[in-house]
Structures are given as C-alpha cells and as structure tokens.
Design a protein around this ligand. Structure first.
Ligand code: TGC
Ligand code: FAD
Length: 389
C-alpha cells in the first residue's frame, strides 16, 4: 500500500475552499524558497534576517493578512490561520514574526488607533518596510499584565513614559513599538517610534528556544510623546487582551504546523532507517506512536478549522481561543518530542526538525498565555469562578 499523508487520512482538503488552498500553496512556496534552506543555520547562529523576510512576506500579503484596508490583504481569518500553519511548519520563530507584526502591533493600531495613526503606520508595516513590536510583558508581570508598573503621565499636551518591558519579540530591530502603560485613568496604548529619545532595546541572549527570532528588553526612560501617539480607542486591560486574542488565534494553527512537519520528517525517517533488518516503519511500536500522534494532529487541525470558521462568522469568544491555544501547543510539543524518540541520536541534531520544533514550542507554550493561564480561563468559563487570585 502507498502511504497516506496525515491530513489526507481525514480528507482535510475537502474542508478547505479554493482560496484557502491557493494561499496555503503560496506560503508553502515562499517557505520552501526563502526559509527552509537557511533555517538550521539561523537557529544555530541565533539570528534571523528579519527585514529581508518581512519584505518577502509583505510582498506576498502575509503581514496583517486578515485586516481590511491600509495595504492589508483582507483575507478570511481561516486563510490567515492556514498561512500561520505553513510558516510555523518551518519554524515557530518565523510565525512569531508574522504574529507580532500583524496580529499584535498592526492589529492594535488597526483596532484601537486613530485614522491618522492607521494611515501613518499600517501601509509600511503591511509591506514589511517597517517592523513593529508589542510591549505588554514586564520583568515582574507576565501572566498578570494588569499589575504592570510602566507609567504614562501627562506633561502639558505630551505624554511621558517610564518603565521596562521584557521578552519583547522583534524589539531589538523594530521601527515602531506598541507600548502598554498605566495612566491615571487606566491602561493606555502608545505608538512609539523606536528612535524617540529615552527608548532603548537590549537583545535577550542565551535562549535555548525560538533562536531564530529576536527578543528584547525595552527600557523607557522619560520617553516624551505627543498626544497623537496615544491609541485613542483603548482604555483598560481589554485593549491589549483583545490583541492577544488575534495572536493566540494564529498560534492555534501555527503549532499544528510544527507538529505536522515533525511527523512528516519522522515518517520519512522511519521508512528509510533499517533496524534489525527491516525498516523502523514496519515495527508495531513505531506505528502505535505514529498513529497516536496523527490522531492528535488531525484532531488539533479540525479544532483549529472549527475555530477559524467561528472567527469568520464573528462568533469566536476568548475562552474558545484558549481551548485551541492550549490544545494545539500541548499536543504539538508532545508530538515533536515523541518524533524525536523515533529519530534516535540523529534526532538531537539540527539536521532534523523535531527537536528544534520541540525547543521552540517551549516558548509557544509559555507566551500568549501559559498553558496554565488558558486552563484557568477555561476553568473560569466552566465554573463561573475566577481562580487567578
Ligand atoms: P480581567 O479582570 O479578567 O479582565 C480585564 C478586562 O479585560 C477584558 N478581557 C478581555 N478582553 C478581550 N479579550 C480577552 N481575551 C479578554 N480577557 C479579559 C475583561 O472583560 C475586562 O474588561 P473590563 O471592560 O471589564 O475592564 O483581567 P485579569 O487581570 O484578571 O487577567 C485575566 C488574564 C489572566 C486571563 C489575562 O491577564 C491574561 O490573558 N494573561 C496572560 C498574559 C499574556 O498572554 N501575555 C502575552 C503577552 S504578548 C506575547 O506573549 C507575544 S508572544 C509573540 C508571538 O505571539 O509570537
Ligand atoms: P509567569 O507569569 O511568572 O509564570 C510562571 C509560572 O506560573 C507559569 O507556569 C505560569 O503558568 C504560572 N502561573 C501564572 N499565574 C498563575 C496562577 N494564577 N495560578 C497558577 N499558576 C500560575 N510578551 C510581550 O508582551 N510581547 C512579546 O512580543 C513577547 N514575546 C515573547 C517571546 C518569547 C520567546 C517569550 C519566551 C516570551 C515572550 N513574551 C512576550 C512574554 C510572554 O508573554 C510571557 O513570558 C508569558 O505571558 C508568561 O509570563 P512570565 O514569563 O512572566 O511567567
């Protein structure tokens, strides 16, 4: 019998329309041409040619892909999810670039900004000419952003920002940062050009995960901004949290991509690896592992598609996003680790993707709400009791 692809096992393509299949192919091609040949080297060196890639992604409509107007492609949310899946099948760091640019920085300006802010920033960001970052987390406030210490105070017509943000993707090279800070009236968002005096970004080094992604600390030391830098429509924690819904949505699909790639690599390996005189693929233990992994992969994909359809219908609720983010990340990291076992010693090298994916997924499991935070969001929804405090 000829082998069947893990997604063909459940006739996945039957559930996608022509536009979705076309977008998937386009992104697969970009990743094959511009990303895969260099990935292992980028990961090992801990670098990523962000500007070059952003321009390539921008030229193909991948940045702020499901936003309307201002140079954005305006696709469905499901199509955007499928694009995230294909990007993360290459590397989670690349999907982070797409998520932070489109779902966090651009979405914040699109959803909460003034018309002038949208016109000033979004077209350049959609084209990949301007790189954005999103500063919510602080050294002492990750899961609990409501405790943030970064302050925004009025000085005449201006705003002055003081504080520190930590673990901010793309911060070391960003042109513009969306910064969340506590003002007298509540949490506010600011669009901060990174060459503003008092703004410093320091690279975080020594990461064992998401190495093909730039991460930074942002120090805000008396950063003076005109009143026009404030996002006028956002007041309170719901401003930044609404942006997280968007990025978490992309991760629901993206993590499935990392899992799929791990399984594809492993299926190829076990077919070609001879052990005790026959292919590793022909042993029951290998097949049990593969079957269990593919069942979880396909379930995660079906859940992602269902949530995508809900989002396109304007019905996706935050706790449903948590169901998907928790499931995709948890299953993807388990799959990547299990794939690694089938690769034996070869699996601990950069020649094969599963361990790189597993390492990356440690970050994906943690950022955009840890697994435990999403369990508590779901728990709150099921019981009516908040167990955060
Ligand atoms: P809580 O009292 O529950 O809510 C405060 C206000 O926010 C509203 N709200 C939401 N609005 C929109 N979307 C959501 N998902 C929302 N969740 C809550 C809520 O209705 C309320 O509104 P209002 O008008 O009544 O004031 O807030 P809490 O302080 O108890 O915290 C809740 C909790 C723990 C769920 C939240 O803080 C949380 O999600 N924590 C996790 C933080 C997190 O995920 N950080 C991610 C930082 S960005 C990042 O990691 C980028 S990684 C790069 C990449 O994506 O690749
Ligand atoms: P903590 O909040 O200190 O959590 C530590 C542990 O406590 C976790 O296991 C957690 O689940 C658990 N915990 C937390 N609250 C509870 C509770 N109520 N009950 C029980 N257990 C609890 N942030 C940004 O703003 N922008 C970015 O671009 C960005 N990029 C990132 C890139 C990378 C590579 C990484 C690793 C992180 C990034 N982050 C970013 C930060 C990320 O969102 C935070 O790391 C995450 O929200 C968790 O916060 P923390 O690390 O402070 O962990």
């Amino acid at each position: 019998m000829s082998p069947v692809h893990p997604f063909a096992l459940i006739d996945l393509d039957h559930l996608l329309d022509d536009e979705e299949r076309a977008i998937r192919s386009t992104v697969q091609q970009i990743v094959t041409d511009h990303v895969r040949p260099h990935l292992a080297q980028w990961f090992e060196a801990g670098t990523l040619p962000v500007r070059e890639l952003a321009r390539e992604f921008g030229a193909n409509g991948l940045l702020g892909m499901h936003l309307q107007g201002y140079g954005c492609a305006g696709t469905s949310a499901t199509a955007y999810g499928l694009a995230c899946l294909e990007v993360e099948a290459a590397d989670s760091g690349l999907r982070s670039l797409v998520s932070v640019q489109g779902s966090l920085a651009m979405y914040a300006i699109h959803r909460w900004g003034s018309e002038e802010q949208r016109e000033q920033w979004l077209p350049g960001m959609a084209a990949g000419e301007l790189i954005g970052c999103f500063g919510l987390t602080e050294p002492d406030f990750g899961s609990d952003p409501g405790g943030m210490r970064t302050r925004a105070r009025r000085d005449g017509d201006d705003w002055i920002l003081d504080g520190t943000k930590m673990w901010i993707t793309n911060a070391p090279l960003a042109d513009v940062a969306v910064i969340w800070a506590r003002a007298e009236e509540g949490i506010r968002g600011f669009v901060v050009p990174t060459d503003t005096p008092g703004f410093t970004a320091n690279e975080v080094t020594g990461k064992l995960s998401l190495r093909a992604s730039a991460t930074g600390e942002i120090v805000l030391d008396g950063v003076r901004l005109p009143s026009s830098a404030m996002l006028p429509e956002a007041l309170g924690l719901s401003g930044p949290l609404s942006c997280l819904n968007e990025a978490r949505f992309g991760i629901i699909f993206g993590a499935v991509g990392a899992a799929r790639d791990s399984i594809e690599v492993t299926l190829d390996y076990v077919e070609n690896r001879q052990i005790f005189g026959k292919p590793l693929a022909a042993y029951q233990i290998s097949q049990v592992k593969l079957a269990d992994m593919v069942v979880e992969l396909d379930k995660a994909m079906l859940l992602a598609l269902h949530l995508g359809r809900l989002k396109d219908a304007g019905r996706l609720r935050p706790e449903q996003v948590s169901v998907g983010k928790l499931n995709s990340c948890r299953e993807a990291i388990a799959i990547a680790r299990e794939c690694r076992t089938l690769l034996g010693a070869n699996g601990v090298t950069l020649e094969y993707s599963p361990m790189r994916h597993a390492n990356n997924l440690e970050s994906v499991l943690t950022y955009e709400g840890t697994s435990e935070v999403h369990q508590l969001i779901i728990g709150q929804s099921l019981t009516g009791h908040s167990a955060f405090r």
